[in-house]
Ligand binder design. Structure first.
Ligand code: ATP
Length: 135
């Protein structure tokens, strides 16, 4: 059966390089799925959950925004940070969420966009880690 070669690349590492059956990620317009034979695509990614299916198993990832390119059964995700669900430290993400919420509550002298992005990264990590536990 046809596969997609998925690569998830951060400045530090190649998180994923796998032949997979399906990928789902979050673009600015919402969630989208990629199956083998998908049309060429270049899109911005939101901070959010991504997942891929391989041999009937679903692997969950937290993606901190970035770019996705699909071309000829190859999908590349370039992102500042990405983690597999099972490697996420939930306590660290919870603390990051609390810090971001605290900043957002203060309002004055706070970079709202930055705090909001930190909150969304943390919430995504918590959600993805919980899903990976149950997977
Ligand atoms: P924190 O304030 O906890 O560092 P952050 O959102 O500022 O969170 P990032 O700048 O997005 O962190 O990521 C820095 C590095 O730490 C990246 O390599 C990322 O994959 C990793 N990372 C961040 N949070 C976690 C986590 N909860 N579990 C595992 N790795 C994490």
């Amino acid at each position: 059966m046809a596969k997609i070669l998925l690569e998830v690349i951060t400045p530090d590492r190649l998180l994923v390089r796998e032949e997979v059956d399906m990928v789902v990620a979050v673009a600015t317009e919402g969630e989208f799925g990629v199956l083998p034979g998908h049309a060429a695509l270049l899109t911005l990614l939101e901070i959010g959950e991504a997942r891929y299916k391989k041999d009937g198993h679903i692997e969950y990832m937290a993606i901190a925004g970035g770019i996705a390119e699909v071309f000829k059964d190859r999908m590349t995700i370039l992102t500042e940070a990405a983690e597999l669900g099972r490697e996420i430290d939930i306590d660290r993400a919870k603390k990051a969420a609390e810090r971001a919420l605290e900043r957002l509550r203060k309002k004055e002298g706070v970079d709202i966009a930055r705090a909001d992005a930190a909150l969304r990264r943390a919430v995504t990590r918590i959600k993805v880690a919980e899903k990976a536990k149950g997977a």
